[in-house]
Design a protein around this ligand. Structure first.
Ligand code: HXC
Length: 260
């Protein structure tokens, strides 16, 4: 597939996807959306690919939001009838079982912040700026901002961000639990690729199971979550990679994974 709004590269077992509309601060128009869905589906389907990184082209923005120019003249009925943005979450998030990281290299605003929060975790450049400024446009988050941001940083800060539309810098974002790591901008891409390569080198079934377990923590009670965790742990003990992993530890050598 040839892409015109994103770039897709494979670095061994890591897929690097770059939002590539720097002239519009990588604003998320329908072309970006459709290509991202394709790219994530291809990543999920390719057995040689184990982890992905999503970042933005240029030094200024990860994504400055949904494309305001594309939305400006759209009639309300079209947003509703087309269930605006539902495909994004259902395809990129729900069908991607393999781990992926957002490497936020600048502005992550509105839909850009929401897209970053769909990742399994965020690594931010020290220049990154996060925000949900939709209120200033007379709307509100529509791709998970009110829900994922609140789960990530709590009610007080989420309300502050959504009601004032202010931006949060990388240091505050890390302190608040939105971001896993902050690195200098010049090191962001290499760090994200290195972390992704580390994850890609893990036993693949265990990687998927670890991701599923953590995600279930946001969806269920503690009791049910603990049961889900225990059962998945027990399922993993039936894999060849578990036998190999424990033997490799005892024999003081690196494990060799089969993904079975
Ligand atoms: C379309 C955008 C854009 C956007 C920036 N651009 N953000 N185009 N949609 N979201 C374009 C500008 O129009 C401009 O194009 C070029 O990118 C550079 O932006 P500038 O504004 O000139 O840059 P700067 O002055 O440095 O300001 C940067 C900025 C500002 C603070 C990030 O661009 C900004 O506030 N952008 C909008 C942020 C926002 O409101 N995002 C939320 C969108 S709503 P030209 O052609 O003029 O050079 C949303 C809803 C999601 O995401 C939920 C939907 C269901």
């Amino acid at each position: 597939m040839t892409y015109s709004n994103i770039l897709v590269e494979q670095h061994d077992a890591v897929t690097l996807i770059t939002l590539n509309r720097p002239q519009a601060l990588n604003a998320l128009n329908s072309g970006v959306l459709e290509e991202l869905i394709e790219a994530f589906a291809a990543f999920q389907a390719d057995p040689s690919q184990r982890c992905a990184v999503l970042t933005g082209a240029g030094d200024k923005a990860f994504a400055a939001g949904a494309d305001i120019k594309e939305m400006a003249d759209k009639p309300a009925a079209d947003f509703y009838a087309g269930d605006f943005f539902s495909r994004w979450t259902s395809h990129v998030v729900q069908t991607t079982r393999k781990p992926w990281i957002a490497a936020v290299n600048g502005f992550a605003l509105g839909g850009g912040c929401e897209l970053a929060m769909m990742a399994d975790f965020i690594i931010a450049a020290d220049t990154a700026r996060f925000g949900q400024p939709e209120i200033k446009l007379g709307v509100a988050p529509g791709m998970g901002g009110s829900q994922r941001l609140t789960r990530a940083i709590g009610k007080a800060k989420a309300m502050d961000m959504c009601l004032t539309g202010r931006m949060m810098g990388a240091e505050e974002a890390e302190r608040s639990g939105l971001v896993a790591r902050v690195v200098p901008l010049a090191e962001l891409r290499d760090t994200a690729l290195k972390v992704a390569a580390e994850i890609a080198a893990m036993p693949p079934l265990a990687a998927i199971a670890n991701k599923e377990m953590v995600n279930v923590a946001f969806e269920t009670t503690l009791e049910q979550g603990l049961l889900f965790e225990r059962r998945l742990f027990q399922v993993l003990t039936a894999t060849e990679d578990r036998v190999e992993g424990m033997a490799a530890f005892v024999e003081k050598r690196p494990g060799v994974w089969k993904g079975r």
